[in-house]
Design a protein around this ligand. Structure first.
Ligand SMILES: *Cc1c(COP(=O)(O)O)cnc(C)c1O
Length: 383
């Protein structure tokens, strides 16, 4: 499936995006969404221009968490009125940029932030549309560093403060309340976690209605749908049918209410790959180290979250014989290890390895630590 011949002359490491798979993923998302559903791609997962413009071209909106992302989204062709802006620490210049662009809404994460947005909007004589991000205190069965919906996490405003905050927006002339926002975490594969969120939202809506709040136009349930890192070839596209059905069945939307999603990983995770070359095989009494020219500076997920990426040797012939390797990078950090005790066919200096499922939170997290060059990136249209 990889154009190995074309990879030969290309400087490694580099990211390689399969645009056909991306297109098919976008098509399946679209075909499983109903009329009241809107998707805002979570830009932070991957901003590679050709990937971003493809998603914009498919008609989706963007979920941004910084001014830089808003600029990237606008450059890629996302219409301003389909951009949502989240994040616990929005700077004044970012709020100004968003107001000038005329984004769809701010997902507000605290009362002090709401007050600053109101003040800046008044000064600029603009109207800020705001959704309130709620911390639903719903746990997700995922890595502790990527749960976001628990009281101990820094995100959102507590459930019990909702009436107060929504009523605060009524008194602000340049602020318009447009809805509620949630996001419980990432790499979630248990539909029950999303069902639990639906239950919380239903309860909250009932409660708010009872206290006279009836103008909730939009419910934004965030993102978080996971991908199959173990078997990218078996499951190249997440089960969007189950995902959207879970919300369709679980949420009691009110008349005319719109349902918004902010998927990142599920959109781009499987179409991206990191291609690297084996530099050395070094063996000692207990280990075979496969030292490659990509490091944690190119793909930090294993070091940061213990993440697993399946690895394919695309140079060596397929073989029944396997050997066990620790695949490591060249960075001067002990955590610069991609995987330990990994069985692959016998591997040699010069072989090309592919880290699969690296499209989300891969290239975008690259750094130049150790004065390294950032990885290049190509799509299936380039190579
Ligand atoms: C990161 C993030 C997302 C996307 O998460 P995925 O797991 O990539 O789908 C959505 N919404 C918010 C607010 C986020 O911070």
């Amino acid at each position: 499936m990889f154009p190995v011949e074309k990879f030969q002359g290309v400087r490694t490491p580099f990211y390689y995006y399969d645009l056909q798979l991306l297109d098919e993923t976008l098509r399946q998302i679209r075909s499983n969404m109903t009329e009241e559903m809107h998707l805002h791609y979570a830009v932070k997962a991957c901003v590679t221009p050709k990937v971003l413009s493809r998603i914009a071209g498919a008609g989706f909106g963007a979920d941004c968490v910084s001014g830089g992302e808003i600029k990237a989204a606008l450059n890629a062709g996302f219409p301003a009125d389909k951009i949502v802006f989240a994040g616990v620490g929005k700077s004044d210049w970012e709020i100004e940029l968003a107001l000038n662009a005329g984004i769809f809404c701010f997902n507000v994460e605290s009362i002090p932030e709401l007050e600053v947005i109101a003040e800046i909007a008044t000064r600029m004589d603009k109207t800020a549309r705001v959704a309130i991000r709620i911390n639903p205190n719903v746990g997700a069965h995922t890595h502790a560093n990527i749960t976001t919906g628990l009281a101990e996490n820094k995100f959102g405003i507590d459930m019990q403060d909702m009436e107060t905050v929504i009523n605060m927006t009524r008194g602000m002339r340049n602020v318009r309340f447009v809805g509620l926002h949630f996001h419980i975490g990432s790499q979630i594969l248990e539909m029950d976690d999303f069902r639990a969120l639906c239950v919380r939202i239903n309860e909250l809506q009932d409660r708010l209605e009872a206290s006279g709040i009836r103008d909730i136009k939009n419910i934004n349930v965030g993102g978080g749908l996971g991908i199959d890192y173990q078997n990218p070839n078996l499951n190249p596209i997440p089960d969007f049918a189950s995902y959207f059905r879970t919300y369709r069945d679980g949420l009691k939307l009110r008349e005319g209410q719109q349902l918004h999603f902010e998927l990142g990983r599920a959109v781009v995770g499987q179409c991206g790959n990191l291609v690297t070359r084996v530099l050395y095989i070094k063996s000692n009494a207990i280990k075979n180290f496969c030292i490659v020219d990509a490091g944690m500076t190119d793909l930090i997920r294993p070091a940061l979250y213990d993440a697993y990426h399946s690895i394919e040797n695309i140079s060596a012939p397929a073989s029944d014989e396997t050997m066990c390797y620790d695949v490591v990078g060249p960075i001067c950090e002990s955590s610069d290890v991609f995987v330990k005790d990994y069985d692959m066919q016998p591997t040699h200096r010069g072989d090309l390895l592919v880290f699969r499922s690296a499209g989300a939170y891969g290239e975008i997290m690259a750094s130049s630590y150790n004065c390294r060059q950032l990885p290049m990136s190509y799509t299936s249209e380039d190579l």
